[in-house]
Ligand binder design. Sequence first.
Ligand SMILES: [Fe+2]
Ligand SMILES: [Fe+2]
Length: 235
Amino acid sequence: MRSENDGQNVESYFCIDSRLQKVSALAEELYLKGQDKVHNFAHALWDTSTGINIINNEVGYDVTLFIPAGLMHDTGITKGPYNKHMENGGILVRKHLPGLGFNQAEVEEIATAVKEHNGDEHTTNTSRILYDADTLNKAGVHGINEWLLYWSQFPTSAEKAAEESISYLDKLEKKGFYTETATRMNQEAGFDEVSGLVLTLKFWEEIGNLIKLEELTDSEALQRAKQSLGIENVL
Ligand SMILES: [Fe+2]
Ligand SMILES: [Fe+2]
């Protein structure tokens, strides 16, 4: 389900700056080691490709700093527990990127973006683009698919998955995006007046309601939620 954004635009920058190809090879190797269903190289490419599309429609962002941040952002999962993956990703950037030709200021900007990507504060331009791209990854049909993958990786009851997802998505929806381009892309990821993030939120609210009101198994609730949002044919 990630084919709509397969990272071709990432590769097109390799001939402009050969360091980017080296970071890509490093990131791919690290994600392979991690064997994670969600936080893998395909996901990193999706975010990086999306971030490039945002930057190309905005002014003042440096794509050669963003690409390494996008590619490396979840590599921290290979170094320790998931709740430490942002911090560990920053450590991996500081360890490997000087050897690939990035100077100290560049390494700092990239490591900061990786360290902050899922947090509440984003202190640099690179960090803000990475946040926007990684948040779009959770929006709309593509985002629902990513959540379902995550759910299969960390199995829990539908009730608990819905509760946690709703509270997290609600926070993202309230925070919004840093760029106008990402705001527009979020709108396009939904249907009619419903934005992509709201669609993902509605999906989990529907599952939560179905589980509470009716005696359904988790997979029945999942199926019914897809039907009621009209997305059963695209998932
Ligand atoms: Fe992450
Ligand atoms: Fe991510």
